[in-house]
Write a protein that binds this ligand. Structure first.
Ligand code: ADP
Length: 403
């Protein structure tokens, strides 16, 4: 009996033990599964966090106006932004390529070598030859780890073409202005010295010299006036005040102002503008446009010739006004260039006529600031037609169509 009880209690003990172990096993399995799940959630979170960070970083570098490029320690491209692709007009894949393979510019691998030596390189200029010749400024910095070993490099690219062109234009302008001011001044000084040296005692010579001095001081005044006008137009100091302007009357006023000049060259001035055309323009500025164009037509037109102003309806509610002369005309290669500052076809002739070389650039500036266009039509030996367009007062196009 006792042995049966002992056997039973041992059996029960073993069963209890097994149950206890089983529960512990199940419990640890459950914990392990929980742990695995937590680990996988954590890993997923880490991955999506790093993807999010990468996306933020890419968005950040893509929002840069400058081109951006990252290379690793072997000089292979790891990241680029959209601005860089646009700047170099690159359509092919760059990631993983060397700088030479990616850009075909020896300056970039050379710069990468310099960065390895100097850690930071600033303001290296690269000229991109091709259809649109451009200048790019590159800055580069090495990426160093805690042990100061290079891990790669970052390059930023800035298109400086516009700045460079502006700087060249400014330099050219200053050189031209200095030259234009110096020429009459040198002549005036020469004549004054000759007068002082004795020429003043001969009334005929003295009068001739004084007339020449007078002509050159006039030239200086015209030049300074035109320079001030250009400077005001460019610095937007002149605020346009558009009002409805009757174009026929504006042409008449320009003719009145230029009567003496026209008489000197026996030029006949003809106003063929329809009296009903009215434009929405700044009166003083448009007067200046007409004055400059009619003055040129008289200056460069034939002696005893005709200057005619005509207006017709143009595109998009603009009036096309043209000043026509019967002078020598303009060679094809100069048609665009006459609107540049200080460009003259015949420098001596322009100077002789008191020209500053700025009249047409002022015209272009004013016309464009009214939203219009300016151009010249001409055949050599057959005169010139200088056209400009000005916005019509709303219903004038209807009035014009009826005529
Ligand atoms: P300028 O003071 O020399 O007249 P503009 O800017 O008014 O300067 O004109 C630039 C150049 O364009 C002139 O020097 C002249 O060579 C040429 N030009 C302008 N108008 C005419 C015209 N009607 N006929 C022929 N050439 C012209």
């Amino acid at each position: 009996m006792w042995s049966i009880i002992a056997c039973l209690s041992t059996g029960l003990g073993i069963l209890a033990c097994r149950l206890w172990w089983r529960r512990r096993y199940v419990e640890s399995e459950r914990r392990l599964a929980e742990f695995k799940q937590a680990a996988s959630i954590y890993r997923e979170e880490q991955e999506s966090e790093s993807l999010r960070r990468e996306a933020h970083l890419q968005a950040l570098i893509n929002s840069m106006i400058e081109g951006f490029l990252l290379v690793n320690s072997e000089g292979r491209i790891q990241a680029v932004n959209d601005s860089l692709l646009r700047l170099f007009n690159i359509k092919h894949e760059l990631i993983g390529k060397t700088l030479m393979e990616g850009f075909r510019l020896r300056e970039l691998p050379e710069l990468n070598e310099r960065v390895a030596r100097e850690i930071r390189v600033r303001g290296v200029e690269i000229e991109l030859l091709g259809l649109d010749h451009r200048t790019i400024e590159v800055n580069a910095s090495a990426i160093l780890n805690e042990a100061k070993q290079q891990q790669g490099a970052i390059f930023t690219f800035h298109d400086t073409t516009r700045l460079k062109n502006l700087e060249n234009t400014r330099r050219e302008f200053v050189a031209n202005v200095s030259h234009e001011l110096r020429t009459p001044l040198t002549l005036i000084k020469g004549f004054v010295e000759t007068l002082l040296d004795g020429a003043k005692n001969d009334p005929v010579v003295a009068t001739r010299f004084l007339q020449t001095i007078d002509k050159h001081t006039d030239r200086l005044t015209f030049l300074i006036d035109d320079l001030l006008t250009i400077s005001k137009l460019e610095s937007a100091q002149i605020v346009l005040n558009p009002v409805p302007i009757d174009i026929f009357s504006a042409v008449e006023r320009a003719f009145d102002d230029l009567q003496t000049k026209a008489a000197e060259r026996q030029t006949t001035l003809i106003n063929s503008v329809d009296k009903q055309f009215r434009c929405w323009v700044d009166g003083d500025r448009i007067q200046q446009v007409l004055f400059n164009l009619v003055e040129n037509a008289i200056k460069y037109g034939r002696v005893d010739g005709k200057v005619r102003v005509v207006a017709k309806l143009g595109r998009d509610q603009f009036l096309d006004i043209s000043v026509n002369d019967d002078g020598p005309g303009i060679p094809a290669e100069s048609k665009e260039r006459v609107f540049e500052r200080f460009y003259r076809i015949d420098r001596a002739r322009s100077r002789d006529q008191g020209g500053t070389g700025l009249g047409l650039s002022i015209v272009k500036h004013i016309v464009q600031s009214h939203g219009g266009e300016v151009w010249v039509e001409s055949n050599l030996g057959q005169g010139s037609s200088f056209h400009f367009t000005a916005p019509l007062v709303n219903n004038v196009s209807a009035v014009g169509n009826q005529n």
